[in-house]
Design a protein around this ligand. Sequence first.
Ligand SMILES: [Zn+2]
Length: 232
Amino acid sequence: MTAIIKLWELFLDILMPRICLGCRSKRPEGKMPICNACTAGIRVNKVYGELSPRLVLGAAASYDDQLVREIIHSLKYKRLSGAAKSLADLIIKHIEFSALRNIIKPARSIIVPIPLHPGRLRKRGYNQSELIAVEIGKYLGVPVRTDILMRVKRSAPQIKMKNRAARETNIRNAFALNPGFTNKLISLNGEAAKEIILIDDVFTSGATINEAARTLKGLSPEKIIALVAAKA
Ligand SMILES: [Zn+2]
């Protein structure tokens, strides 16, 4: 988070005090976009899924939930960094409710946020998935690594694609392993990480997660656990 964004948010706070995106009445705590009561009202999934035997999907909430959609939108387009904390809290609740907590092995894992293309990163100023990943990393005690997976193709936003085939074509070969990355995947205990926790904000058709997982298979992880705030 750059100082300019912080300053901009401070300026916005003075200009128009933040009100909850949900009830439009209460003033949320800290930088959060919604109040505690509205946060508690969001329905969190109690089961996780499997995309393939070695690819687990934990989707915290539904993209049909209008409030969830508004939080994601504010994170991406209004530079509301507190929204990352709200989305991370939904994922953390999901980890607890769905027993994913028993599946995740923090000591042998690393966290990899879905990267943005450098051009888009410059324009937005931050990677929203990385902001969520940092919060999840603090909670799980797992290091966040942004030096492993790179975005090499500037694809259009997946959410704007009309169908599954278009999304798959759009994201194909979008990722690559960092060629400068020669180290082993080191987890917190200093051993080689066997599991990768992938973080993204929204899961639409699964094309992005599948393509990123396909690229990360070059590192031969035993398991990849994808965590997203919302599933469409
Ligand atoms: Zn509220």
